[in-house]
Design a protein around this ligand. Structure first.
Ligand code: ZN
Length: 225
């Protein structure tokens, strides 16, 4: 059968970059393309049928996707966001709890397992002290746990690190970050009020329902790490 009528789309590249391709499953280069559709008769373009796109085209598998495909971070970017999220959570819990020996060690272990292999207690302490200075704490605060809330600066840091991560994590992944924070807080005994408040902020920023956060924190306190 000879196809008399048809529609042909000619594509034009209007940009490029890197994205996570849902079809071939990895970080790939993409081309952003717009198309011009033409009605053809016997393969000859005769009439414009308007434009189409823009679409994202994978340079590896040539799969075409809506622009929303760019909302998902690349694997490289996602790993960095995850590291940053765990790192900030660890710092915030340390800052809230006074950074005693046990929590410091637990924080280093959590941050290293999140991918910052060369993290040290000294590095964390330096950053925690900077955070505390931002929050207007007095010198010498590391010796005594704080009863006051972690401060607005800490909450902002947490939200900036965790909120962009939340939509890309399964519930179990979000809970794992909260629980890492809980383990740090519990390394020197029950939650201090400021630690609990910080962990509640972590839960909120990760979009974990409040009652789930409470339950997870209570479970963590009952079970040895
Ligand atoms: Zn692909």
């Amino acid at each position: 059968m000879l196809r008399v009528w048809g529609v042909r789309t000619s594509w034009r590249t209007v940009g490029d970059g890197e994205f996570y391709c849902p079809d071939c499953g990895g970080d790939r280069n993409f081309r952003r393309r717009t198309g011009r559709r033409r009605l053809t008769v016997l393969g000859v373009p005769v009439l414009s049928r308007g434009s189409t796109g823009p679409v994202v085209e994978c340079s590896t598998c040539s799969g075409r996707f809506d622009m929303e495909a760019l909302d998902r971070p690349t694997s490289t970017r996602f790993s960095a966001m995850l590291r940053d999220g765990v790192h900030t959570t660890a710092l915030a819990v340390l800052a809230a709890g006074g950074a005693a020996k046990g929590p410091r060690e637990a924080a280093v272990a959590a941050v290293r397992s999140a991918g910052l292999a060369d993290c040290t207690e000294e590095q964390l302490l330096t950053l925690v002290q900077a955070l505390a200075a931002d929050a207007g704490r007095l010198p010498g605060w590391t010796e005594t746990p704080q009863d006051e809330p972690g401060g607005a600066a800490l909450a902002i840091e947490l939200r900036e690190a965790l909120e962009p991560l939340a939509p890309h994590l399964e519930p179990a992944g979000r809970e794992a970050i909260l629980l890492r924070g809980a383990r740090i807080a519990l390394a020197d005994g029950p939650y201090a009020p400021a630690e609990r408040e910080t962990l509640q902020t972590v839960g909120e920023a990760l979009r974990i329902p409040r009652e789930d956060t409470e339950r997870l924190l209570a479970d963590a306190a009952r079970t040895p790490s």
